[in-house]
Design a protein around this ligand. Structure first.
Ligand SMILES: [Zn+2]
Length: 204
C-alpha cells in the first residue's frame, strides 16, 4: 500500500488474516494499537504468544487446557458423568454448552468438521481419540452436537456409523437450532431445548 510505512503495513496484513476482519477493520485495529500505550501493545503481543506457548490439549477430550493441566478440569472432575460424552466441533462449543448448565457429562472436541470441499476428512479431526475412548465399552451415550450445517451433519452421520457398534445410544441434538448456524452463537434457551430434545440417530 502506497504511503504506508513497513511496520504499519505489516500489522494491517496480520490483522487482515483474522476471521471476519477486512482491510478497513485491520487498518482501524492497527491505528488503535499505534495510539495505545507501549504497555498495552506489549500486553497484547504477550497474550498472542502465550496462547501458543501456554495452551495444550487434554489427552482425554482433546479440548484446550493449560500446559501442565492434563486431564483438563472437566475430565478430572469426578462429579461429571463419565458415561456420557458430548461431541462438539470447537472449544467454543464447550463454553456454549457449559453456559447452559444443562449437561453434566464430559466432552470430546473434534477441532473441525468433515468438509470434502476443503479437503478435510475424518483423519484430520480428533476422531481416532474418540473411538479409542468409547472402545472400552464404559460409555452409555454419545451426543453428537456438531453444528447444524452441511459439514456438521456429515460429521454426525459419519461418527454415528463409527460409534454405533461401541455405544448403547448415539444421539443427535434436536433441530431448532438455526440451520446453517454455529452452536456457539445459539442462545441458551435454544441450546437447552436442543440438548433435551436429542434423539437416537436414525441411519435407515
Ligand atoms: Zn479433557
Amino acid at each position: 500500500m502506497a504511503g504506508l510505512i513497513a511496520p504499519v503495513a505489516r500489522l494491517i496484513e496480520e490483522f487482515s488474516k483474522l476471521p471476519g476482519v477486512g482491510t478497513k477493520t485491520a487498518q482501524r485495529l492497527t491505528y488503535h494499537v499505534l495510539r495505545a500505550s507501549t504497555d498495552d501493545a506489549r500486553a497484547l503481543a504477550k497474550a498472542l504468544v502465550a496462547i501458543k506457548e501456554e495452551v495444550a490439549y487434554c489427552s482425554i477430550c482433546c479440548n484446550i487446557t493449560e500446559v501442565g493441566v492434563d486431564p483438563c478440569d472437566i475430565c478430572a472432575d469426578p462429579r461429571r458423568e463419565a458415561g456420557r460424552i458430548c461431541v462438539v466441533e470447537e472449544p467454543l462449543d464447550v463454553l456454549a454448552i457449559e453456559r447452559t448448565g444443562e449437561f453434566r457429562g464430559r466432552y470430546h472436541v473434534l477441532h473441525g468438521a468433515i468438509s470434502p470441499i476443503d479437503g478435510i476428512g475424518p483423519e484430520r479431526l480428533r476422531v481416532r481419540e474418540l473411538i479409542a475412548r468409547v472402545g472400552n465399552g464404559d460409555v452409555e451415550e454419545v451426543i453428537l452436537a456438531t453444528n447444524p450445517n452441511l459439514e456438521g451433519e456429515a460429521t454426525a452421520m459419519y461418527l454415528a456409523d463409527m460409534l454405533e457398534p461401541h455405544v448403547a445410544a448415539v444421539t443427535r441434538i434436536a433441530r431448532g437450532l438455526p440451520v446453517g448456524g454455529d452452536l456457539e452463537y445459539a442462545d441458551d434457551v435454544t441450546l437447552i431445548r436442543s440438548l433435551q430434545g436429542r434423539r437416537q440417530v436414525d441411519r435407515s
